[in-house]
Design a protein around this ligand. Structure first.
Ligand code: FRU
Length: 479
């Protein structure tokens, strides 16, 4: 929703208790609230921030503008989890309340340093003429959730970057702290800068250079770059805005992409042997994915189920955006796999063989199989007239197509109502999570993922095998 700047940047303490109560009341009226996905307590949720492990718990913050379904004065909102399935808000927030983050505590990352969690983020600062200065700044959060901001700028704006220079990600490699920052150069091309913490001190950063990942610069900005190690191979996840569709086909307003590499040479700022660029997700919305490595090397990722510059049907209820399930990343035969964490099965309440259902509560999981050399059509969010969200599997051609044109409140129509994804020409397995207005589809043990939203009417909750052979299991999930 496009609101006037004066509203989007109104100081937090200028919002009256009546205004806040009104927003909460309106939010409560939405029929589309997710039950096992994280949604904003108030307003808009965008990027995952500070996803990390510290003090025996997982920490996940989200970018948030609390007062409308709009991108405004952003803060980080803190949640914790012990199983990566249930996330609870702690009441801790990283607020835009200093001259170094006056116009937003923008995206960033977190890593344990001594007995505190170091938060590395972008302070979005604008002057009276609305000219932006992006500052890479930091804070320490202690075990009680008390946040103390660092008073100095940690990384000044880079001279070869425009005002678009943000989203620092800290990671450890061979015992040293490094960071990458997303950027745009003066020719309006995206790039990523690599830094090293001097003497491993996260308060002092030295530029190494622009990360060579064999990018073409066809995008105009790279947001939210993340380097994560999967089976010890560096995988670069990034959101290249404006990427040339000749370089990579995609339909969403902005893609979320990755490259698998063989090694990271920190001396020359080079990723060795990068793969071609791939889509991380083939659905309608998944963006700004953030990943981190556990001390044992396990790689976890989480995505914003939403996109910048898109209006959503929930805007009328003053909120927008949700967080994806947490996905564990692995590499098999040189390919990246994303799978929901194993604890997701703890939400299963009962199971039965898949069969047509006139009605569900749109809170379930399916595990299905489509035989080789066949075509099959599955309808979810189905109504009495046999319309719904169509998933077509063609294991002969090697393609899965999803189509939301016949279901729910339509939106983002200029980007099309269907998406397709290549699959191997063999029997296809799918694991599908439905949560009121969210779907996440994992094909062939996580080889491809399709994520998106459907905003159904109360009548749109059935399941129908429309054609072909689809067998499997329906699990009722605990919301
Ligand atoms: C990506 C992004 C980031 C920025 C944040 C602001 O969605 O634009 O680059 O830090 O959102 O909320």
């Amino acid at each position: 929703m496009n609101l006037p700047t004066a509203i989007r940047y109104k100081a937090y303490d200028k919002w009256t208790p009546e205004e806040i109560a009104h927003i909460k009341e309106n939010m409560a009226k939405s029929p589309w609230h997710a039950t096992y996905h994280l949604e904003p307590k108030m307003g808009l949720l965008n990027d995952p921030n500070g996803f990390s492990y510290f003090d025996g718990k997982f920490h996940l913050f989200y970018q948030n503008f609390p007062f409308a379904a709009s991108h405004g004065l952003k803060q980080w909102v803190h949640t914790t989890s012990t199983d990566l399935v249930h996330f609870e808000e702690t009441g801790v927030e990283l607020k835009p309340d200093t001259p170094l983050d006056s116009h937003g505590a923008y995206s960033g990352s977190a890593y344990q340093v001594d007995d505190k969690l170091f938060l590395f983020y972008t302070g979005n600062v604008r002057d009276d003429n609305w000219v932006r200065t992006p500052l890479q700044i930091g804070a320490f959060m202690n075990k009680d959730g008390k946040i103390e901001k660092i008073k100095e700028v940690l990384i000044e704006p880079a001279s070869d970057a425009t005002e678009h220079f943000r989203d620092p990600q800290i990671f450890k490699h061979e015992g040293n702290f490094y960071a990458i920052v997303g950027a745009q150069n003066h020719n309006k091309q995206g790039f990523i800068k690599l830094y090293r913490a001097l003497d491993n001190n996260v308060l002092t950063w030295e530029e190494i250079g622009n990360l060579d990942f064999a990018g073409t610069g066809s995008e105009y900005m790279i947001e939210c770059p993340n380097l994560v190690f999967v089976n010890e191979q560096p995988v670069l996840l990034y959101s290249p805005q404006g990427l040339d569709k000749a370089e990579l086909a995609y339909d969403n307003i902005y893609p979320n992409t990755y490259k698998i590499c063989q090694a990271l040479d920190t001396k020359t700022a080079k990723l060795i042997d990068p793969s071609p660029i791939f889509n991380l997700d083939y659905g309608f919305e998944a963006y700004a994915t953030q990943a981190f490595n556990m001390p044992d090397g396990t790689a976890y990722a989480v995505s914003w189920i939403g996109l910048p510059d898109v209006d959503y049907p929930t805007d009328q209820y003053d909120y927008q955006g949700a967080m994806s399930l947490v996905k564990e990343l692995t590499i098999k035969d040189g390919k990246l796999y994303q799978n929901p964490v194993s604890a997701m099965t703890s939400l299963r309440q009962s199971q039965e063989a898949l069969s047509n259902k006139e009605k569900t509560d749109n809170t379930y999981e399916l595990e299905i199989l489509i035989p080789e050399n066949s075509q099959a059509e599955l309808l979810l969010f189905a109504d009495q007239d046999g319309k719904g969200f169509t998933i077509t599997f063609d294991t002969h051609k090697g393609e899965v197509v999803i189509d939301r044109s016949q279901v729910g409140q339509q939106y983002a129509l200029e980007f099309g109502t269907s998406r397709s994804c290549p699959i191997p020409r063999q029997a296809c397995k799918a694991r599908i999570f439905i949560d009121k207005s969210i779907f996440e589809i994992f094909l062939n043990d996580g080889e491809q993922v399709l994520t998106g939203r459907i905003f159904p009417t109360a009548q749109q909750s059935g399941i129908q095998v429309k054609s072909g052979q689809i067998t499997g299991t329906y699990y009722q999930l605990k919301g």
